[in-house]
Design a protein around this ligand. Structure first.
Ligand code: PEP
Length: 249
Protein backbone atom coordinates (compact mmCIF):
# COMPACT_ATOMS: atom_id res chain seq x y z
CA UNK A 1 0.00 0.00 0.00
CA UNK A 2 1.50 3.34 -1.01
CA UNK A 3 1.86 6.07 1.55
CA UNK A 4 -0.35 9.12 1.38
CA UNK A 5 1.75 12.22 1.94
CA UNK A 6 0.88 15.89 2.30
CA UNK A 7 3.91 18.16 2.38
CA UNK A 8 3.80 21.92 2.93
CA UNK A 9 6.49 23.86 1.10
CA UNK A 10 6.83 27.14 2.95
CA UNK A 11 9.31 28.52 0.39
CA UNK A 12 11.01 31.79 1.48
CA UNK A 13 8.23 32.66 3.92
CA UNK A 14 8.08 32.86 7.72
CA UNK A 15 10.83 34.21 9.94
CA UNK A 16 11.50 32.58 13.31
CA UNK A 17 8.55 34.17 15.13
CA UNK A 18 6.15 33.34 12.29
CA UNK A 19 7.50 29.79 12.16
CA UNK A 20 6.82 29.44 15.88
CA UNK A 21 3.29 30.71 15.62
CA UNK A 22 2.41 28.63 12.55
CA UNK A 23 3.75 25.51 14.27
CA UNK A 24 1.66 26.35 17.35
CA UNK A 25 -1.40 26.57 15.10
CA UNK A 26 -0.52 23.36 13.27
CA UNK A 27 -0.27 21.49 16.58
CA UNK A 28 -3.83 22.51 17.43
CA UNK A 29 -5.23 20.89 14.28
CA UNK A 30 -6.80 17.46 14.46
CA UNK A 31 -5.69 14.91 11.92
CA UNK A 32 -8.41 12.56 10.74
CA UNK A 33 -6.60 11.08 7.75
CA UNK A 34 -3.73 8.62 7.63
CA UNK A 35 -1.52 10.87 5.49
CA UNK A 36 2.11 11.48 6.43
CA UNK A 37 2.40 15.20 7.13
CA UNK A 38 5.51 17.25 6.41
CA UNK A 39 6.45 20.90 6.51
CA UNK A 40 9.44 22.49 4.80
CA UNK A 41 10.48 25.70 6.55
CA UNK A 42 13.47 27.71 5.39
CA UNK A 43 16.98 26.50 6.36
CA UNK A 44 17.41 28.91 9.26
CA UNK A 45 14.30 27.60 11.00
CA UNK A 46 14.75 23.86 10.48
CA UNK A 47 16.30 23.15 13.87
CA UNK A 48 13.75 25.20 15.73
CA UNK A 49 10.91 23.52 13.84
CA UNK A 50 12.40 20.09 14.49
CA UNK A 51 12.62 20.80 18.22
CA UNK A 52 9.12 22.27 18.36
CA UNK A 53 7.67 19.23 16.57
CA UNK A 54 9.78 16.55 18.28
CA UNK A 55 6.80 14.69 19.75
CA UNK A 56 4.36 15.32 16.97
CA UNK A 57 3.53 13.42 13.79
CA UNK A 58 4.68 16.30 11.58
CA UNK A 59 8.02 15.72 9.88
CA UNK A 60 10.31 18.66 9.21
CA UNK A 61 11.87 18.52 5.73
CA UNK A 62 14.25 20.74 3.79
CA UNK A 63 13.53 22.63 0.58
CA UNK A 64 16.91 22.03 -1.05
CA UNK A 65 20.50 20.94 -0.46
CA UNK A 66 23.85 20.91 -2.25
CA UNK A 67 25.38 17.77 -3.71
CA UNK A 68 28.87 18.24 -2.24
CA UNK A 69 29.72 16.84 1.17
CA UNK A 70 31.38 20.08 2.32
CA UNK A 71 33.79 22.73 1.08
CA UNK A 72 33.98 26.02 -0.76
CA UNK A 73 30.34 26.45 -1.76
CA UNK A 74 29.39 29.74 -0.13
CA UNK A 75 25.77 29.92 0.85
CA UNK A 76 25.04 26.23 0.38
CA UNK A 77 23.90 23.52 2.79
CA UNK A 78 24.98 19.87 2.72
CA UNK A 79 23.18 16.61 3.42
CA UNK A 80 25.22 16.17 6.58
CA UNK A 81 24.19 19.59 7.86
CA UNK A 82 20.54 18.76 7.25
CA UNK A 83 20.87 15.47 9.10
CA UNK A 84 22.55 17.22 12.00
CA UNK A 85 19.37 19.25 12.59
CA UNK A 86 17.07 16.24 12.33
CA UNK A 87 16.11 16.42 8.68
CA UNK A 88 15.44 13.06 6.99
CA UNK A 89 13.72 14.22 3.81
CA UNK A 90 14.62 16.87 1.24
CA UNK A 91 12.67 18.43 -1.62
CA UNK A 92 14.79 18.49 -4.79
CA UNK A 93 14.14 19.90 -8.24
CA UNK A 94 11.34 22.29 -7.39
CA UNK A 95 10.48 24.28 -10.52
CA UNK A 96 11.50 27.51 -8.76
CA UNK A 97 14.97 26.02 -8.19
CA UNK A 98 15.12 24.88 -11.80
CA UNK A 99 13.94 28.25 -13.17
CA UNK A 100 15.56 30.85 -10.89
CA UNK A 101 18.70 28.99 -9.78
CA UNK A 102 19.48 27.16 -13.00
CA UNK A 103 19.26 23.71 -11.50
CA UNK A 104 19.76 21.26 -14.33
CA UNK A 105 18.87 17.59 -14.61
CA UNK A 106 22.56 16.71 -14.19
CA UNK A 107 22.89 18.76 -11.04
CA UNK A 108 19.70 17.22 -9.67
CA UNK A 109 20.93 13.70 -10.37
CA UNK A 110 23.99 14.53 -8.24
CA UNK A 111 21.84 15.97 -5.49
CA UNK A 112 19.66 12.86 -5.50
CA UNK A 113 22.77 10.69 -5.14
CA UNK A 114 24.11 12.83 -2.31
CA UNK A 115 20.80 12.64 -0.45
CA UNK A 116 20.46 8.89 -0.88
CA UNK A 117 24.09 8.26 0.08
CA UNK A 118 23.26 10.05 3.32
CA UNK A 119 20.03 8.05 3.77
CA UNK A 120 17.92 11.14 3.22
CA UNK A 121 14.59 10.59 1.51
CA UNK A 122 13.98 12.68 -1.62
CA UNK A 123 10.82 14.37 -2.81
CA UNK A 124 11.78 14.77 -6.45
CA UNK A 125 9.82 17.50 -8.27
CA UNK A 126 9.29 17.94 -11.97
CA UNK A 127 6.64 19.27 -14.34
CA UNK A 128 6.06 20.95 -17.63
CA UNK A 129 5.60 24.62 -18.46
CA UNK A 130 2.43 25.95 -20.04
CA UNK A 131 4.02 26.17 -23.51
CA UNK A 132 4.99 22.48 -23.28
CA UNK A 133 1.43 21.50 -22.46
CA UNK A 134 -0.02 23.67 -25.21
CA UNK A 135 2.40 22.09 -27.68
CA UNK A 136 1.44 18.61 -26.46
CA UNK A 137 4.97 17.96 -25.18
CA UNK A 138 4.09 17.61 -21.51
CA UNK A 139 4.59 13.86 -21.30
CA UNK A 140 7.93 14.00 -23.14
CA UNK A 141 9.19 16.75 -20.84
CA UNK A 142 8.14 14.95 -17.68
CA UNK A 143 9.59 11.67 -18.93
CA UNK A 144 12.95 13.30 -19.66
CA UNK A 145 13.06 15.04 -16.26
CA UNK A 146 12.42 11.73 -14.51
CA UNK A 147 14.87 9.77 -16.66
CA UNK A 148 17.66 12.32 -16.37
CA UNK A 149 17.23 12.85 -12.65
CA UNK A 150 16.49 9.34 -11.45
CA UNK A 151 16.98 6.54 -13.94
CA UNK A 152 20.63 6.01 -13.07
CA UNK A 153 19.38 4.63 -9.72
CA UNK A 154 18.97 0.99 -8.80
CA UNK A 155 15.43 -0.21 -8.13
CA UNK A 156 15.89 -0.40 -4.35
CA UNK A 157 16.73 3.32 -4.23
CA UNK A 158 13.05 4.02 -4.87
CA UNK A 159 12.30 3.04 -1.28
CA UNK A 160 13.58 6.53 -0.51
CA UNK A 161 12.09 8.42 -3.45
CA UNK A 162 8.77 10.27 -3.53
CA UNK A 163 7.78 11.91 -6.81
CA UNK A 164 6.00 15.25 -7.06
CA UNK A 165 4.39 16.19 -10.35
CA UNK A 166 4.01 19.95 -10.38
CA UNK A 167 2.91 21.53 -13.65
CA UNK A 168 4.69 24.88 -13.60
CA UNK A 169 1.60 26.67 -14.93
CA UNK A 170 -0.35 25.62 -11.84
CA UNK A 171 2.14 26.69 -9.16
CA UNK A 172 1.09 29.77 -7.23
CA UNK A 173 -1.19 30.80 -10.07
CA UNK A 174 -4.57 29.66 -8.77
CA UNK A 175 -4.72 27.43 -11.88
CA UNK A 176 -5.01 23.77 -10.99
CA UNK A 177 -4.60 20.80 -13.27
CA UNK A 178 -8.03 19.20 -13.39
CA UNK A 179 -8.24 15.97 -11.40
CA UNK A 180 -8.40 14.17 -14.77
CA UNK A 181 -5.25 15.90 -16.05
CA UNK A 182 -3.47 15.04 -12.80
CA UNK A 183 -4.56 11.39 -12.98
CA UNK A 184 -3.58 11.13 -16.64
CA UNK A 185 -0.07 12.41 -15.92
CA UNK A 186 0.35 10.37 -12.74
CA UNK A 187 -0.65 7.20 -14.61
CA UNK A 188 1.88 8.11 -17.31
CA UNK A 189 4.57 8.60 -14.65
CA UNK A 190 3.79 5.22 -13.13
CA UNK A 191 3.91 3.61 -16.57
CA UNK A 192 7.32 5.24 -17.16
CA UNK A 193 8.53 3.75 -13.87
CA UNK A 194 7.02 0.36 -14.72
CA UNK A 195 8.84 0.26 -18.06
CA UNK A 196 12.16 0.82 -16.37
CA UNK A 197 11.84 -0.86 -12.96
CA UNK A 198 8.79 -3.13 -13.19
CA UNK A 199 5.31 -2.93 -11.69
CA UNK A 200 6.22 -3.73 -8.11
CA UNK A 201 8.56 -0.75 -7.81
CA UNK A 202 6.23 1.54 -9.76
CA UNK A 203 3.28 0.62 -7.56
CA UNK A 204 5.25 1.29 -4.39
CA UNK A 205 6.27 4.88 -5.19
CA UNK A 206 4.09 7.71 -3.89
CA UNK A 207 3.38 10.34 -6.53
CA UNK A 208 2.26 13.71 -5.17
CA UNK A 209 0.48 16.41 -7.12
CA UNK A 210 1.41 20.06 -6.60
CA UNK A 211 -0.09 23.19 -8.06
CA UNK A 212 -2.68 25.36 -6.32
CA UNK A 213 -4.10 22.56 -4.19
CA UNK A 214 -6.60 24.17 -1.80
CA UNK A 215 -9.16 22.91 0.72
CA UNK A 216 -11.89 23.17 -1.93
CA UNK A 217 -10.20 21.03 -4.57
CA UNK A 218 -8.01 18.61 -2.59
CA UNK A 219 -10.65 15.91 -2.11
CA UNK A 220 -11.33 15.54 -5.80
CA UNK A 221 -7.65 15.55 -6.76
CA UNK A 222 -6.77 13.03 -4.03
CA UNK A 223 -9.65 10.77 -5.09
CA UNK A 224 -7.74 9.83 -8.24
CA UNK A 225 -6.11 6.40 -8.04
CA UNK A 226 -2.56 7.45 -8.94
CA UNK A 227 -2.51 10.63 -6.85
CA UNK A 228 -0.95 9.72 -3.52
CA UNK A 229 -0.77 13.13 -1.94
CA UNK A 230 0.07 16.75 -2.43
CA UNK A 231 2.93 19.21 -2.32
CA UNK A 232 1.30 22.35 -1.07
CA UNK A 233 2.61 25.91 -1.38
CA UNK A 234 0.32 28.84 -0.56
CA UNK A 235 -2.28 26.85 1.37
CA UNK A 236 0.44 25.40 3.65
CA UNK A 237 0.92 28.82 5.23
CA UNK A 238 -2.46 28.65 7.02
CA UNK A 239 -2.79 25.85 9.55
CA UNK A 240 -6.53 25.36 9.00
CA UNK A 241 -6.23 25.24 5.22
CA UNK A 242 -3.29 22.91 5.39
CA UNK A 243 -5.11 20.47 7.65
CA UNK A 244 -8.25 20.67 5.56
CA UNK A 245 -6.01 19.37 2.76
CA UNK A 246 -4.31 16.77 4.98
CA UNK A 247 -7.75 15.54 6.00
CA UNK A 248 -9.05 15.43 2.43
CA UNK A 249 -7.87 11.81 2.21
C1 PEP B 1 4.63 24.51 -4.72
O1 PEP B 1 5.32 25.49 -4.59
O2 PEP B 1 5.17 23.40 -4.70
C2 PEP B 1 3.19 24.69 -4.93
C3 PEP B 1 2.49 23.67 -5.31
O3 PEP B 1 2.68 25.93 -4.68
P1 PEP B 1 1.11 26.34 -4.68
O4 PEP B 1 0.38 25.30 -3.90
O5 PEP B 1 1.07 27.69 -4.06
O6 PEP B 1 0.69 26.36 -6.13
Amino acid sequence: MRKHIVAGNWKMNNDLAMTESLITELKKQAQTSNAEVMIAPTFTNLWHAFEALRNSKIEVVAQNMHFAESGAYTGEVSADMLKSVGVQTVILGHSERRAYFNETDDMLAKKVDAALNNKIRVIFCFGEELADRKAGNHEAIVESQIKNGLFHLKANAFERIVLAYEPVWAIGTGETASPEQAQEMHAFIRKTLTNKYGKEVADSVSILYGGSVKPNNAKEIFSKPDVDGGLIGGAALKAEDFYAIVNAF
